[in-house]
Design a binder for this molecule. Structure first.
Ligand code: B12
Length: 333
């Protein structure tokens, strides 16, 4: 493709992305991310990687290993929906898991973007990934100029913050790349490190398996120390992002705008979820993919952590009929 045509496509794709609600769209080459292989190796050698990640390192860093026709990677950031803060005593769901599952939202948005490209003469069939694909999305987002990776490990978009979901669109045409983001506005700020319940921010490499977000999603039996750090979280953890000054504006807006989406959930209701209630309330959110059991376990642990009287009442009630979900049994004294 000629240079002026590349520029025209780039501008169009950015414009369509913006019209679809993406807050940032950037372009990078299909070259592998140099140096990321050794970080991934160290993480897995030290047993710090999560089982949610693809093991083959080449697939994680090299777009052409994923798709040999790939020539350009487009990184896209989509805002997580506005939500109401939890009320006192409620369990907490992270912003990425409230409302319609962001994977589904982004699949639809990117398909619309691809459709605009095709009707305007794009030949070829672009591919894309949203979270579950093998490529390390934040690394490509940095190289495509979207933002920098903060001390809290989040991709932070200058002037916008980090409450976004990322996606990568792979193209089989060369389009001139954007400049990588060289900003790092974290400076000496340690707010995320101070509030991290697991106290893992600032340690290299990032100990993903000790991250509370991971533990709320893991089906492994948590130690007393681990589950006490979960606090009242029912799915995910936003603490390091809530403390981040780059998210201050967004958090202030949350306090004043009324949204129908709640991050707070009733802990007893969550603990007592039936299959059909789980289907109605969670199945279509990003908190649904690990199933009902982990949510119930986390609600159980949250009641215990907050020394809620409902914890003992529930136990007494359930013990009578032995109706305790198996995932909770290891936590009975
Ligand atoms: C596995 C995974 C997790 C694991 C491990 C997280 C981790 N930090 O590694 C767990 C379950 C803990 C997790 C938690 C969360 N996750 Co997650 N997760 C992923 C997933 C699937 C892979 C991440 C991964 O590869 N980790 C390995 C390390 C090496 O990569 P990384 O941290 O993503 O990126 C690092 C490198 O890229 C490095 N880097 C950047 N450029 C370069 C260049 C070079 C040369 C080198 C060496 C390094 C380097 O900087 C980054 C930070 O160190 C991605 C989706 C994807 N396919 O990428 C989502 C993703 C990273 N998660 C996301 C989110 C939203 C979260 C949570 C906020 C959810 C929540 N509220 O609970 C938390 C945040 C926890 C945290 N502080 O990181 C978003 C991030 C959005 C953003 N603004 O950054 C992603 C991109 C999903 C998405 N599509 O939106 N997650």
């Amino acid at each position: 493709m000629k240079s002026d045509e590349q520029i025209r496509w780039k501008m169009k794709i950015k414009q369509w992305g913006c019209e679809l609600g993406f807050v940032s769209v950037g372009f990078t080459t299909a070259e592998a991310i140099e140096g990321l292989d050794s970080l991934l190796e160290t993480r897995s050698e030290k047993g710090l990687a999560t089982p949610f990640e693809v093991k083959e390192i080449k697939l994680r860093i090299d777009p052409q290993a994923v798709w040999d026709q790939c020539k350009t990677v487009v990184a896209l950031a989509y805002p997580l929906p506005a939500t109401q803060p939890p009320l006192k005593g409620e369990g907490i769901i992270a912003r990425s898991a409230v409302g319609e599952d962001y994977h589904q939202v982004l699949y639809q948005k990117i398909n619309q973007l691809i459709n605009s490209m095709v009707v305007n003469g794009w030949t070829g069939t672009p591919r894309f990934q949203v979270d579950t694909g093998p490529l390390v999305e934040r690394a490509f987002a940095v190289r495509a100029g979207l933002g920098w990776v903060g001390r809290n490990q989040q991709l932070i978009i200058p002037g916008y913050g980090s409450f976004v979901a990322l996606a990568l669109l792979l193209l089989d045409q060369e389009i001139e790349p954007d400049q990588p983001c060289t900003l790092d506005q974290c400076g000496t700020c340690q707010r995320c490190a101070e509030v991290c319940p697991a106290k893992i921010i600032g340690k290299e490499p990032f100990q993903a398996i000790h991250c509370v977000s991971y533990q709320t999603q893991s089906k492994a039996v948590l130690t007393n120390e681990e589950f006490s750090k979960i606090g009242e979280r029912v799915f995910g953890c936003d603490s390091c992002q809530e403390a981040c000054p780059h998210n201050k504006k967004r958090i202030q807006q949350e306090q004043v705008t009324s949204s129908s989406l709640k991050r707070g959930v009733d802990l007893l209701e969550t603990l007592n979820l039936t299959k059909s209630e789980f289907g109605e309330r969670y199945k279509l959110t990003a908190a649904g993919w690990r199933g009902k059991g982990v949510l119930q376990r986390n609600a159980f642990l949250a009641l215990r952590n907050r020394q809620d009287r409902r914890y003992q009442e529930w136990l007494t009630e359930r013990e009578k009929d032995k109706g305790i979900p198996p995932i909770i049994i290891p936590y009975l004294d």
